[in-house]
Design a protein around this ligand. Structure first.
Ligand SMILES: Nc1nc2c(ncn2[C@@H]2O[C@H](COP(=O)(O)OP(=O)(O)OP(=O)(O)O)[C@@H](O)[C@H]2O)c(=O)[nH]1
Ligand SMILES: [Mg+2]
Length: 432
């Protein structure tokens, strides 16, 4: 991948659409823009009407074209946006024209990569952008947008700066007289490290929240065969997605559907009924049920009699076929009838309550993915080591905190070990 090539891609969705937006990024696009516009003078960030013509002068399409001059563009390079009609034939013709101009099709994520290399975004912002582009529901949009606009990187930068400062003071304790340093500096840096450790620990504990918002809140229906799991599943999804029959063991595989509840993405899974069986396929299905249960944020345990079993916070006990039950003895269960619709609203309210109690008021949760979670976990362990193994040796303490800061730097994609070293004394005021 060459970062100085001129690259292009369709930035809008491919397919029949009113407008297609083709983005071009390169080092000097000024003359090319003048050529397609047929005028020498133009302003950057100004929309121009353009009769886009191929090499033979034949009209390709009537477009709007905008020129963004480096560094004031998404990628930091020169950028041109061509807004053509969205028909695939038009877009393909423009692609052929651009290829003939010594430009090439961008690789996936190459525009963002340039934005990162040109300092327009750090890796954490890029993670936020990726989450935003994936957003299907309103809550996902809100969550990702904050991250993309730098809320997460602000927090990472703040943590990192504090760690650099702590490491610098720890190193200074070795090299300077106590009189030259702020009062009680050793206690202060230890306390500060403990504070950071606890903040990072809290953020890590919110990983599940981040996962549930970005990838969906997992709800799994489990229970014995024939209790009506698939029937309830269909009620919740709103159509007959899963097969229902009075034959025990109808559902053998996991059947999933995504629904939007109050702006949250919900992954709802119907599973194979639990029973002792010799059937090879059914057994595999039952194993899958168990695996789904492990990944569940909420389990709907379905029965069809007045069962009274203990439950945990992650489970809602549902007693189905209420149309056949005379007395409702279980006060902790929700009685439903997938047949008549009785109790389905109550069940939905209970689901909502569980979901909101896990996911609401988590404005401060970081958008964590596997990469950032791993690096943040490493950071936590470095701080933990700094605190727990501290025996008056500030050298080792500083080293742990520096490594912790390095890990945060890796999250942002902005740091090398030298960076920390350089920062150590230059940015500090040692009290004199
Ligand atoms: N009377 C009554 N029958 C129901 C109700 N819900 C489901 N049934 C019937 O119970 C039978 C089993 O329903 P399913 O939804 O297939 O049950 P399941 O738990 O998914 O069963 P498996 O997939 O075999 O584990 C079907 O004949 C349904 O029509 C209900 O609320 N009342
Ligand atoms: Mg079923």
């Amino acid at each position: 991948m060459n970062n100085t090539d001129t690259i292009f891609a369709l930035s809008s969705g491919f397919g029949k659409s009113g407008v297609g937006v083709i983005r071009i990024s390169g080092d000097n696009l000024h003359d090319f823009f003048a050529k397609i516009l047929g005028r020498k003078k133009f302003d950057a960030r100004h929309a121009y009407f353009c009769n886009l013509r191929d090499e033979n002068g034949d009209l390709i399409d009537q477009c709007i074209a905008i020129y963004f001059a480096t560094p004031n563009s998404f990628t930091g390079t020169d950028v041109i946006e061509i807004h053509s009609h969205g028909a695939p034939a038009v877009v393909n013709k423009i692609f052929a024209f651009l290829s003939a101009q010594n430009m090439r099709m961008a690789e996936p994520g190459e525009f963002s990569r340039r934005a990162f290399l040109n300092g327009k975004m750090n890796l954490s912002d890029v993670d936020g952008l990726a989450a935003l582009l994936d957003a299907q529901t309103d809550k996902q949009r809100q969550f990702a947008l904050k991250s993309m606009l730098g809320r997460d990187s602000e927090k990472y930068n703040d943590w990192r700066e504090q760690m650099v400062e702590i490491a610098a003071y720890a190193a200074a304790i070795l090299d300077y007289d106590a009189d030259d340093l702020p009062k009680n500096i050793s206690e202060k840096i230890l306390a500060k490290t403990k504070e950071l450790f606890s903040e990072i620990n809290t953020s890590l504990s919110q990983y599940n929240i981040s996962r549930a918002i970005t990838h969906g809140f997992n709800i799994v229906l489990v229970g014995e065969t024939n209790v009506g799991k698939s029937s309830i599943f269909n009620r919740l999804v709103g159509h007959n997605r899963a097969i229902v029959s009075d034959i025990a063991g109808t559902t053998r595989d996991v059947v999933s559907a995504q629904i939007d509840i109050d702006g949250y993405l919900v992954n709802l899974s119907d599973t194979a009924g639990l029973r002792d069986t010799d059937d090879k396929i059914e057994k595999i299905g039952i194993d899958r049920t168990r695996a789904e249960t492990e990944n569940a944020d909420l389990i709907l345990h379905i029965f069809c009699d007045n069962t009274d079993i203990a439950t945990d916070n992650k489970t809602i006990i549902v007693i189905n076929k209420s149309d056949k039950i005379k007395t409702r003895k279980n006060k902790n269960a929700i009685y439903t009838s997938a047949e008549t619709g009785d109790g389905i609203d109550t069940l939905l309210s209970a689901i909502r309550e569980k979901m909101h109690s896990m996911l609401d008021n988590t404005e401060n949760a970081l958008v964590l993915n596997a990469r950032t979670y791993k690096l943040l976990t490493d950071t936590k362990y470095e701080l933990e080591n700094a605190i727990q193994k501290f025996d008056g040796n500030y050298d080792i303490f500083a080293e742990h905190v520096r490594t912790a800061a390095d890990n945060i730097g890796k999250i942002l994609g902005t740091i090398t070990a030298n960076d920390i070293m350089d920062a150590t004394f230059s940015q500090l005021c040692l009290g004199k």
